[in-house]
Design a protein around this ligand. Structure first.
Ligand SMILES: Nc1ncnc2c1ncn2[C@@H]1O[C@H](COP(=O)(O)OP(=O)(O)OP(=O)(O)O)[C@@H](O)[C@H]1O
Ligand SMILES: [Mg+2]
Length: 261
């Protein structure tokens, strides 16, 4: 299999994110649960990976660790060579449940992500990103007035307005109807593939194997708990991908059989 397509600049050879022997254990009522078991992989600029695996195998835990929202029990995660010890500006996350404030407008929800910017700049940056995700005209709307797809657009605007190097997406389309999910998938992909935009790296958690093969250069398959890496499959197809291409179907089969192994 060929190397995945990426820019040919030197940067594309350097690992931006490295997970080194990550184990995460939880203790519930005295019982130990191993959510992630000795997980190692690294990511370079312009890579897009999908994390797939059975429910409960530790996908959300793993991206929360990358986001700095949890601390590994052992191992280290490095961003540009420095250990991640808490949330950082360069890594932002989009949640399945949208996680937006119902009592704030669309504009205010996005501005909340910009509190470290001068007050005079927040409004124009937020407006730009609200517009970019297709919500121009809805700045003053409240979440209750929005569809699921629109709410997720707010979640996406709030993450990308920070221009993160790495965008983490935890099943961002799974609460949406099929058509809305498809549109939003294509928009996120188009935004990511446009080299003038940050993020440089996408990490997508999904249950949907077709979605993984559609959006990622690499699909990392985790085993059922305790979640270990079962395989790291390079998807060597150009974007935008054609779901009717027999090679597409063969990658879907390959990932499916690894998950079921
Ligand atoms: N904060 C927590 N405290 C205790 N146990 C936890 C915590 N977070 C996750 N777990 C446990 O860790 C395991 C992995 O959970 P996680 O949510 O990461 O799985 P997942 O792969 O994202 O599942 P799903 O596909 O259903 O979203 C589960 O057994 C879960 O109960
Ligand atoms: Mg999860």
């Amino acid at each position: 299999m060929q190397k995945l397509n990426s820019t040919n600049s030197d940067d594309s050879m350097v690992s931006v994110l490295e997970l080194k022997n990550i184990t995460k254990k939880y203790s519930i009522d005295g019982n130990e649960i191993i959510a992630n078991d000795d997980i190692s992989f690294s990511l370079k600029k312009r890579e897009s990976i999908a994390l797939v695996g059975p429910s409960g195998c530790g996908k959300t835990t793993l991206i929360r660790l990358i986001a700095g929202l949890e601390v590994p029990t052992s191992g280290v995660i490095e961003f540009e060579g420095k250990p991640i010890t808490g949330p950082i500006r360069q890594i932002m996350m989009v949640f399945q449940s949208f996680a937006i404030f119902p009592w704030k407008t669309v504009q205010e929800n996005v501005e909340l992500a910009l509190l470290d910017k001068p007050e005079s700049e927040r409004s124009s940056i937020a407006t730009k990103f609200v517009d970019l995700v297709g919500l121009g005209g809805f700045e003053a709307s409240y979440p209750r007035e929005l569809s699921g797809g629109m709410k997720q657009r707010v979640g996406i605007a709030r993450a990308i307005c920070r221009e993160p190097d790495i965008l983490l997406l935890d099943e961002p389309f799974s609460a949406l109807d099929a058509l809305t999910a498809n549109n939003l998938r294509n928009e996120v992909l188009r935004f990511y593939l446009s080299k003038k935009n940050k993020p440089d790296i996408l990490i997508l958690v999904t249950h949907n194997i077709e979605e993984a093969v559609y959006m990622a250069n690499r699909v990392v398959v985790l085993s059922k708990r305790p979640g270990k890496v079962l395989g790291d499959i390079k998807i060597d197809l150009p974007f935008p991908r054609n779901k009717n291409d027999p090679k597409f179907a063969s990658y879907v089969d390959q990932v499916t059989s690894l998950i079921s192994s």
